[in-house]
Design a protein around this ligand. Structure first.
Ligand code: ADP
Ligand code: MG
Length: 392
């Protein structure tokens, strides 16, 4: 992809504004998961090493635009960032009126979503923000699918706009696996609903050699194949689409396998008793909450034989101890395999953390929604803007 890259720019003495994704969970004024802040550190350090004066932008949560709301303040982020960087990080509230920052310093601007016009991509707001810097760096992959003032408008308004290393690496990696993967290319798409991932499933079927569905999505495919799914989470209104996808896979000479065995329960709860069933043995008062051990072995074998694995979505209710084995087996099979692996999605990342398999996954995408939209083949507005401004 053709866009300017921060790594190649001279930044000495320049005011460099970096759009980060610091949308982290906060509880009682403390950041409870700092993975996104840690992911941003190399970019910030690189800018400082190059002699820049650094301004950081991010959103946090969904505040009402146009006013400050302490609940959505980036103050906890500033505190954590200070610890991680080992540098003072000033949090600036009324930053649209101008910010004093010297080379070697870092200023965090308060939540961009406190500004009216952020989400509607107001051109005036974008110009005001762009006016605060000499170089704008877009490094927030997780928000690149949104055309907001601090992600898209500002790219077009800035004197110079480039991609940060985190964003570039993410785009380069995704491009490579979707356009030139080491085959066979396997995608595992789990999670709760077909309806939220239908477009992704459709787009993936065009590209992959093998597609495994899991979780509530698999339940809909099980029902579409004519089996009883009892009280399982599934979507009757998606049966038609599931059948269409099965036929699409057949037309390509492949298939979308459904689990041979499943773990069921009589209630949706952490202490529900797990029962093993063949896929054709599920009773009307039971719900499928995980794949069974045979299926776990079968999927692990497919993973072991793949050249590239894309993983989004747990294959069971992994939050419940008794129904986590399937997701764990998938995570560990990916960890063991020599395939190039890429994983994305909020719950998928939680599972990866839970099973400690992070080191064995080649690339972990930082953006859930943006990751899925990229896989769907949609263009990401902030990236399109970066390409447009690089072109002239
Ligand atoms: P991600 O955030 O990784 O994209 P999703 O949000 O699509 O994943 O799906 C994750 C959720 O799907 C989890 O909360 C998990 O409990 C749920 N899930 C997985 N399998 C089932 C199932 N068989 N029945 C009900 N919910 C399920
Ligand atoms: Mg989720």
């Amino acid at each position: 992809m053709n866009f300017l890259r921060m790594e190649n720019r001279a930044l000495a003495g320049k005011r460099v504004m970096i759009r980060e994704d610091f949308n982290v969970p906060v509880s009682d004024g403390c950041v409870t998961s700092d993975a996104r802040i840690k992911a941003a550190l190399p970019t910030i350090r690189l800018a400082l090493d190059k002699g820049a004066a650094v301004l950081l932008l991010s959103h946090l949560g969904r505040p009402v635009e146009g006013r400050f709301d302490a609940q959505f303040s980036l103050r906890p982020v500033a505190a954590r960032l200070e610890e991680l960087l080992g540098l003072d990080v000033a949090l600036k509230t009324d930053w649209l009126n101008g910010v004093d920052v010297a080379a070697g310093e870092v200023v965090l601007c308060e939540n961009v979503r406190f500004n009216r016009g952020e989400k509607s991509n107001d051109a005036e707001l974008a110009r005001t923000m762009a006016g605060l810097c000499d170089v704008f760096v877009m490094d927030a992959f997780g928000t690149a699918h949104r055309a907001h003032a601090s992600t898209e408008g500002i790219v077009r308004a800035a004197l110079v706009a480039c991609a940060g290393p985190l964003l570039s690496r993410e785009l380069d990696t995704l491009e490579k696996i979707l356009h030139d993967p080491v085959r066979p290319l396997l995608a595992i798409v789990g999670g709760s609903k077909v309806s939220t991932k239908l477009k992704v499933l459709d787009a993936l079927l065009d590209k992959v050699d093998e597609l495994i569905v899991g979780g509530g999505i698999a339940n809909t495919f099980i029902a579409a194949s004519g089996y009883e799914v009892g009280q399982s989470l599934y979507e009757p209104d998606q049966l038609h689409d599931a059948q269409r996808l099965i036929q699409k896979a057949h037309a390509k000479g492949g298939s979308i396998p459904i689990p041979k065995d499943v773990m069921v329960a009589k209630s949706f709860s952490a202490d529900a008793k797990p029962l093993l069933r063949g896929v054709d043995e599920v009773a009307q008062d039971e719900m499928i909450l995980d794949i069974g051990p045979l299926t776990a072995i079968e999927y692990s074998t497919v993973i072991a034989g793949s050249g590239t694995v894309i993983w989004n979505g747990p294959v069971g209710v992994f939050e419940f101890r008794h129904f986590a084995a399937g997701t764990r087996a998938v995570a560990e099979a990916i960890e063991r395999s020599s395939a190039f692996s890429i994983a994305g999605g909020g719950d998928t990342l939680a599972a990866i953390d839970q099973y400690g398999v992070k080191e064995g996954i080649s690339y972990i995408s930082t953006g859930g929604g943006a990751f899925l939209e990229f896989v769907e083949g949609k263009s990401l507005p902030a990236v399109v803007a970066l390409q447009d401004v690089a072109g002239d």
